[in-house]
Design a binder for this molecule. Structure first.
Ligand SMILES: Nc1ncnc2c1ncn2[C@@H]1O[C@H](COP(=O)(O)OP(=O)(O)OP(=O)(O)O)[C@@H](O)[C@H]1O
Length: 242
């Protein structure tokens, strides 16, 4: 299913953060959204995932119009996301955090015991897949920043999203974990998940992306495969400010 926006616009007072953006991400691929600081990438993610209501324009996912829908509606439609500043519950354990992603508050009472066991097993499954199962009983606040990012991703994966938006997955993460995140994205993509990644680490972007959309001043100025985008003069201009 294709995730796209048409004429998306969002201003904060006099600051136009998103300026009539027409963006189409490629389904089944690893897409990246890059651009200089302040070019509107996070605001764009927030509009797409229902955290912010756009002033005008639309957000479409396949044949569904998700414009202005609440975050849980967008998530239920199959679009998951992580946050630049990583959202986990610091005093809950890793496994409780993963369960909380699908059961608000992490509460499993009220579920039949078979269902409860099934969800707990799935939570452990994702922790294992992301290489942090040994931390299942640890409180999130005692985990490293990179481990917390993996934990947040495990929670997103619990909802089985078809499309996953990652906001700066490499930010503040050590090089070893960075490699692991890159490999994981490619593996999860090979299993059929579409990715859209906002990221400043160009080595990571160039190595894992199939398709890159470049933002400048709230709208796309270029889109294409890494080699093409890297050689595009408009892109160099946007980054160098010329
Ligand atoms: N809540 C807000 N109130 C006012 N202005 C905002 C708000 N959020 C974003 N902006 C402004 O909108 C513009 C786009 O910001 P945004 O954070 O979306 O850019 P970005 O590309 O994600 O930046 P970065 O790469 O630094 O994270 C900036 O000028 C920013 O100052």
């Amino acid at each position: 299913m294709t995730l796209e926006t048409r004429g998306l616009r969002k201003a904060f007072g006099g600051v136009v953060a998103i300026d009539g953006a027409d963006v189409q991400f490629q389904p089944g691929k690893v897409n990246a959204l890059i651009g200089p600081n302040g070019s509107g990438k996070t605001t764009f993610f927030n509009c797409v995932t229902g955290m912010i209501r756009p002033d005008s324009g639309s957000v479409l996912f396949g044949d569904r119009d998700l414009t202005g829908r609440a975050p849980h509606v967008v998530a239920r439609a199959g679009v998951g996301r992580t946050f630049q500043l990583c959202r986990v519950f610091p005093r809950m354990t890793a496994v409780e955090n993963v369960l909380a992603a699908v059961r608000p508050g992490g509460l499993l009472h009220g579920l039949r015991s078979a269902r409860r066991q099934d969800e707990t097993e799935r939570a452990y499954g994702w922790l294992t897949r992301l290489g942090i199962e040994h931390l299942a009983g640890a409180e999130a606040r005692n985990m490293s920043w990179g481990q917390q990012k993996l934990l947040e991703l495990a929670g997103v994966l619990m909802a089985e999203p078809r499309t996953i938006l990652l906001d700066e997955p490499a930010g503040g993460v050590n090089p070893a974990l960075l490699d692991r995140i890159g490999t994981l994205v490619r593996e999860l993509n090979a299993e059929g998940r579409t990715f859209v990644i906002v990221e400043h680490n160009m080595d990571l972007v160039m190595s894992i992306s199939d398709h890159i959309v470049v933002f400048d001043r709230g709208r796309p100025i270029a889109a294409g495969p890494p080699a093409e985008v890297r050689a595009d003069e408009r892109v160099l201009g946007a980054y160098l400010g010329v």
